[in-house]
Design a protein around this ligand. Structure first.
Ligand SMILES: O=P(O)(O)OC[C@H]1O[C@H](O[C@H]2O[C@H](CO)[C@@H](O)[C@H](O)[C@H]2O)[C@H](O)[C@@H](O)[C@@H]1O
Length: 276
């Protein structure tokens, strides 16, 4: 792990000082789960369950804050069982799915979800013709219920296809009053009302947290990074962790701690809980 400055070291120490009251928010893909070609094949890093269990012994609560549907993240991470084991160790596990639109917790054991945004169905109807016109008819469309993700990772020229698609998809989304979220070889389209920054703030408020840590790897995590920084300016100890990749190098400059992907995140969580 790399602390990016002396100031970052001070933020790290400040969070460690209030660890028992701290909440930890973690993104799923690219942070807890290594990025793979097939979105359905993603799984937790093998070290993540152990790291989360150890974390549960020392922090107030943990949340997986993800762009994935909550149901999918729970299944892929076996978070149901992990959440029960974490409860036994003293901390509740939450899943804020679809950028905070959905909510699940280990004690509630059910997913609360709003209705899909009004323009989504008509957006989806027009999407295939937009993909065809942009020369990317075989981009993979992931339908998530409240959102749609268009993936280019498995195409011959993933970044070329991504570049060709960003603008036309954004224009189509705008016509249907939806927001575009570009990510790692993916363009997501969803309601603009919610984002991970709001999810972080809600989590902190509900848990009456004394500190906050958030770890993420992609552009959809930037609002959560900003939420931690602004909570910090309001006096709450906070730490921003970037799970770094060559695909999203610009995120590094927004973080206090930079780790090498999910393996590095597992090490960081271990270091956080270890006594100095
Ligand atoms: O907020 P996250 O937990 O990071 O979820 C963001 C999106 O991640 C998924 O796509 C990414 O991971 C895939 C599997 O490793 C990879 O193939 C893809 O290129 C990445 O963009 C997921 O498919 C989306 O639904 C999530 O919203």
């Amino acid at each position: 792990m790399e602390l990016t400055s002396d100031e970052a070291r001070a933020h790290y120490d400040a969070v460690r000082d209030v660890l028992a009251g701290t909440v930890v928010g973690l993104d799923f893909d690219g942070t807890l789960s290594p990025v793979v070609d097939d979105p359905e094949a993603a799984r937790l890093h093998p070290g993540a369950p152990g790291a989360l269990l150890e974390l549960a012994e020392v922090v107030r609560a943990v949340a997986v804050i993800t762009g994935r549907p909550a149901r999918q993240a729970i299944a892929m991470g076996d978070l149901d069982a992990l959440g029960n084991a974490m409860l036994d160790r003293g901390a509740e596990l939450f899943v804020f799915g679809q950028y905070g639109n959905e909510r699940w917790s280990a004690t509630e054991q059910r997913i609360r979800s709003p209705r899909p945004p009004a323009g989504l169905a008509s957006f989806e109807r027009e999407l295939p013709s937009v993909l065809r016109r942009a020369g990317a008819p075989d981009a993979f469309i992931e339908e998530k219920g409240l959102a749609v993700a268009v993936h280019t990772r498995r195409m011959d020229d993933p970044s070329g296809a991504f570049d060709r698609l960003v603008k036309p998809i954004a224009a189509l989304a705008e016509r249907h009053h939806l927001t575009t979220e570009p990510g790692r070889n993916v363009i997501e389209v969803r309601s603009g009302e919610m984002h991970k920054g709001r999810a972080v703030r809600t989590f902190v408020a509900e848990q009456e947290a004394a500190g906050v840590v958030f770890g993420g790897d992609d552009l959809g995590d930037v609002e959560a990074f900003e939420a931690v920084r602004s909570l910090r300016s309001e006096g709450l100890p906070g730490l921003v962790v970037c799970s770094a990749s060559h695909e999203q190098p610009d995120l590094v400059r927004l973080a206090d701690v930079v780790v090498d992907g999910p393996a590095g995140m597992v090490d960081l969580l271990g270091a956080l809980v270890r006594r100095p």
